[in-house]
Design a protein around this ligand. Sequence first.
Ligand code: ZN
Length: 326
Amino acid sequence: MVALNQKKELNCYIGIDLGGTYIKYGLMSEDGEIIEKGKVSTPAGCGYMETVESIASAVRGIAEHGASVCGLGIGAPGVADGEKGIVRTSGNLGWENKPLAEDLSKRLGIPVTLANDANAAAFGEYACGAGSEYKSVVLITLGTGIGSGIVIDGKLFEGNRGAGAELGHETIRFGGEKCTCGRRGCLETYASATALIRQTKRAMEKDKQSILWRLCGGDIGSVNGKTAFDGAQSGDKTAKRVVNNYLRYLSEGLANIANAFRPEAILIGGGISAQGESLTKPLQKRVDKLMLGHGRYAPVKIKAASLGNDAGLVGAAMLAKERERR
Ligand code: ZN
């Protein structure tokens, strides 16, 4: 343990959620409470050395507040090789083979742990959020794409060199819509928030009478991930059909995940998870029907994630704590 400041004997960990727009940071107690959090802008163009300096100065800023910082965890977008502490490749940041953990550890004099951001978020939900009552959970985050992370028996499963756990790229429709990864029919192209918005817009084009038009003020460009759910709630047939199809796609993916890992729970994160039970209840019903054994034996609970945007930094800090113990 390296104390940056010895005023108080409070053992803490700092978690960083590194994104293309913001560097979010949080100071966490060892029992998983957020003591302080904040964010700074990621340097323009995400230049590597500038970003390293920005993270280091954010960490120094928090550490000055009197906590003994035992470790730093970072969740980064892209393929993060946790064992070597290297960001192998990140499309979002434009980085290739950057030794982020070592560069920060040298500057700060504390151990630094690295993970993919979606994996860190899954560990956060497992350690401190909606998954804290389980040993094995999978987090699926429905956003621009689909982020995913797998925790099995309390350990983060990252695959070889941190390149695994990409559940958004499981095919649910052979020869289906083209995905950003180059394949066709990936779960991400049918069940991300972006996909739902696309499906909502297509349905609106075919039904000019749908309430969906009123819900977005006549401007199809302002459709968001909530529009179809709101329309369905008010009984609109077209909106109901959009939501129904979306849940069908998503449940196919979740049933595959249930069959592959049989976690105790699959947690749904991202803005769409704000739909709560109107999302998780029908999903549970469908997944129970689809997965092997129909959920009678070894059920899989479908649940909304609870940490929201903090999941990544919470998980990064808790990973730093967990890896320090090894
Ligand atoms: Zn794909």
